[in-house]
Design a protein around this ligand. Structure first.
Ligand SMILES: Nc1ncnc2c1ncn2[C@@H]1O[C@H](COP(=O)(O)OP(=O)(O)O)[C@@H](O)[C@H]1O
Ligand SMILES: [Mg+2]
Length: 328
């Protein structure tokens, strides 16, 4: 098949004045793009590199591909990940991954939490702070809490300084997040304990793959530590996959991951981030319908735990999309 490939390269974008330091954090390196391209080629397919959304627009309507492998994150508002899927739908071009609705729904962590709460997917208690807030907004919640931008990824705007222990610190951090990221803040109860991430693949019967335990500074019970890209870049983080946890916790993580995946109508693949408290209760922090496929991230380790190579796992994602679209 001819597989179109849409992606955002870090080098395609220039950080504009006034944008936060981490504005380009979500984009991919040429190395990752080449790895994915080579994985798809190993499946006997031709890859047509398209690149970012504007390149896609420039090539439409005549683009000779059977399906598009899309990992575009886009730039700007909470619909940035929805742009490519929406355009491909408009031109009736099949693509790998979630549609624009699920992209927007999950990029906005507050909207995703509403879906999770409605579907009984456990998620930390929260409130949304846009402008002034009152004590009653968080009357049912306990400190410590964490303050995050409402619709960012790649730990943008999140560090250990995001954890607040009292109302005064809460107010200060909300103002800081709102002014730096020009969006509302999501305030959640902070779940001390362990952190996991679980990849899910498939559609009608989605499969949760081996859970990954996030180890930071040699600790598996990370307490108040936070999993950020800064820590990843400093080699503070190691991944244990498959996680060496009890069978019931392993099962619970996988079941909840699939429930979260279905709750936001995710397609083909996605990754669910969890914290687990000291009582062994998992909480879903977010679902990423565009999980990193970088070889420095968890994807190759999960492949290995499943007895697959990196390329085989990429091809599995492509195959479930090809099947869903009835192209086989
Ligand atoms: N409610 C929470 N309790 C504990 N840790 C949290 C919570 N929310 C976020 N974190 C920490 O911050 C990290 C990034 O948060 P997340 O919501 O997954 O945002 P991102 O989209 O940037 O990955 C998590 O991996 C976790 O370490
Ligand atoms: Mg996350």
């Amino acid at each position: 098949m001819r597989i179109g490939f849409t992606y955002d390269l870090k080098t395609d974008h220039v950080r504009q004045d006034g944008l936060p330091e981490d504005a380009l954090a979500e984009f991919d390196s040429e190395e990752t793009i080449a790895e994915i391209e080579s994985a798809i080629q190993k499946g006997g397919h031709d890859v047509v590199r398209i690149g970012h959304v504007r390149n896609l627009l420039a090539r439409l309507p005549h683009i000779d591909v059977d399906i598009v492998f899309n990992i575009c994150e886009g730039m700007g508002n909470r619909n940035r990940e929805s742009e490519v899927p929406l355009i491909l739908d408009l031109f009736r071009i099949p693509y790998v991954g979630s549609d624009s609705l699920s992209m927007g729904l999950t990029l906005d962590k507050v909207m995703a939490k509403k879906a999770f709460v409605a579907d009984n997917v456990p998620t930390p208690k929260y409130f949304v702070a846009d402008g002034s807030f009152k004590k009653k907004d968080f009357s049912g919640m306990r400190f410590p809490m964490i303050v995050k931008p409402r619709h960012e990824g790649s730990s943008k705007g999140i560090s250990e300084d995001s954890i607040v222990k009292n109302s005064l610190a809460l107010g200060a951090r909300i103002s800081q997040v709102r002014s730096t990221y020009s969006q509302a803040a999501l305030v959640e109860e902070f779940i001390q304990g362990q952190e996991f991430t679980v990849l899910v693949i498939g559609n009608r019967e989605p499969e949760a793959l081996a859970p990954v335990h996030i180890q930071i500074l040699g600790k598996l019970d990370i307490g108040n530590l936070i999993y950020t890209s800064r820590r990843v870049n400093n080699s503070d983080v190691e991944y244990v996959c498959p996680a060496k946890v009890s069978k019931p916790l392993d099962k619970k993580l996988r079941e909840i991951a699939i429930k979260a995946y279905r709750s936001v109508d995710c397609r083909d693949f996605g990754r669910v981030d969890f914290r687990v408290d000291k009582h062994g209760r998992p909480y879903v922090l977010e679902l990423n319908p565009l999980p990193s496929l970088s070889t420095y991230d968890v994807f190759p380790l999960v492949a290995k735990a499943q007895g697959l190579t990196y390329a085989q796992l990429v091809l599995k994602v492509l195959d479930v999309a090809i099947q869903r679209c009835g192209l086989n």
